[in-house]
Design a binder for this molecule. Structure first.
Ligand code: C2O
Ligand code: CU
Length: 457
């Protein structure tokens, strides 16, 4: 059968759940600001950090931390990130969810060599949203992200700030990923020396046995009896989460920013690459209560994510308004073309890999040439579940197996196409001309060639 993600058993003792306080990644400070632009520097380097209590874990980190610093940027304000590669391997930076010119999008052949540096320019002509940045070196994305090359990137704007949503320390980024560790705390990854993203048995994707939030195993956050905005980001290589607090969560935002109206949900499914912002009102719980964020899709220790300890009363003047934003519904009737993309396993280069339309990735072959400004419908079909990510422009889901999704349209950049499903999306290529990619965000699938290039002309 078609390979499924495999649990990689670690050898390190698993820490006691909820014993570690939730770390908050440092917010990056611009090295300078001039001419309406903010300049940041991210240096990729090897570092040792304590992930499991008492053990040292060598990582590859932006700024030597895992996750990297959080970049807080403003919509419409040019953000320039200088990537300095002090690692022994080439890297590529990608802003996931960014509407980015092609030369700054991290096309997988635009490598930054060891010892080299490169500036990425993000004009951020887009709405407020929870984005993230990570390594995007094709063939090696899986191991390089696994080693720590990921961080959050928040875009803010005046529209969102005018809403009374929880803010400040009650606006909490939660970068969620799983890892496995050797007995000495070293990260395990089932790579082969010649092709680290590929190993027999792990072609379906690598699942870690320790769940990390902001780089800490099963952490705890102390909260007031107040509303909190939780920015959930699934930065795992292959793990899909069904997140639940056991109580109501109010989803306000997705991959592409605010929804038109809040939606109260009991659980949230997040495939690799997807984000959801929820507001949880801890005033609904008594003092002294613990609220667990659980993963209903996981078993045993992997069913836990983190917990909140409701430990104080504090004033709270935040609210979730009944109307959040205006989300234009893209009209599929305006589409100039419907394109088919079939995601499946198959043979490549003499072995087995993951293919789009029967072909492994080829950076020189453009699988589509949409015209700037055109609306297009893309029909995605799958054999097993694939979280499909489109670079450049956000899209809206038209149908899943022929059925319209419930609720008003929202903007997404990653959609899980589950086993044997057909998902139709509609997008409009309004931003930039140039080369981009569409790929599976199961990073092992990506590394095993499940990517297609397209060019906006
Ligand atoms: Cu988050 Cu092309 O990736
Ligand atoms: Cu896939």
């Amino acid at each position: 059968g078609t390979p499924q993600p495999q649990l990689l058993a670690g050898a390190a003792p698993q820490p006691k759940p909820y014993a570690v306080p939730l770390p908050l990644p440092e917010v990056a400070k611009p090295v300078s600001s001039a001419g309406g632009a903010d300049f940041y520097e991210l240096t990729e380097r090897v570092a040792e950090v304590e992930v499991l209590p008492g053990l040292r874990t060598p990582i590859w980190g932006y700024g030597g931390t895992f996750p990297g610093p959080t970049i807080e940027a403003r919509s419409g304000r040019r953000t320039v990130v200088k990537l300095v590669n002090q690692l022994g391997e080439p890297t590529v930076l990608h802003l996931h969810g960014g509407h980015t010119p092609p030369e700054s999008d991290g096309f997988p052949t635009d490598l930054v060599a060891p010892g080299a540096a490169r500036e990425y320019v993000f004009p951020l002509e887009q709405r407020a949203a929870t984005l993230w940045y990570h390594d995007h070196r094709m063939d090696y994305t899986g191991p390089q992200v696994w080693r720590g090359l990921a961080g959050m990137f928040l875009v803010r704007d005046a529209e969102e700030e005018a809403l009374p949503l929880p803010a400040g320390e009650r606006d909490v980024p939660l970068l969620i990923c799983d890892r496995s560790f050797a007995a000495d705390g070293t990260l395990l990854y089932p790579g082969l020396p010649d092709r680290p993203g590929v190993q027999e048995g792990y072609m379906g994707g690598v699942l870690g046995d320790v769940i990390l939030v902001n780089g800490a195993p099963w952490p705890e956050l102390r909260v007031a009896r107040a509303r909190y905005r939780l920015r959930l980001c699934n930065a795992s290589n292959a793990r899909v989460y069904e997140l639940s607090t056991g109580g109501p969560m109010v989803r306000i935002s997705g991959d592409g920013g605010l929804l038109s109206a809040p939606r109260t949900v009991r659980q949230i499914r997040l495939a690799p690459g997807e984000r959801a912002d929820v507001v949880v009102d801890f005033a609904g719980y008594e003092l002294g209560r613990y609220v667990e964020l659980r993963n209903l899709a996981g078993e045993g220790a992997q069913a836990r994510v983190m917990r909140f300890a409701v430990d104080r009363d504090e004033p709270d003047d935040s609210a979730v308004p009944g109307r959040l934003s205006t989300v234009e519904a893209l009209d599929p009737g305006k589409a100039t073309v419907t394109r088919e993309f079939e995601f499946s396993s198959g043979s490549m280069h003499g072995g087995t890999g993951w293919l789009i339309n029967g072909r492994p990735f080829d950076a020189r072959r453009m699988e589509a040439r949409p015209k700037l400004g055109d609306v297009e419908v893309w029909r995605l079909t799958s054999d097993v579940a694939h979280p499909v990510h489109l670079h450049l422009d956000h899209f809206q889901v038209l149908s899943v197996n022929g059925e319209r999704p419930s609720g008003p349209p929202e903007w997404k950049d990653t959609i899980e196409v589950r086993d044997a499903q057909t998902v139709e999306i509609v997008t409009r290529f309004t931003d930039y001309r140039g080369r981009y990619v569409l790929h599976c965000h199961n990073l092992e699938h990506e590394d095993m060639a499940m990517m297609a290039a397209f060019e906006v002309i």
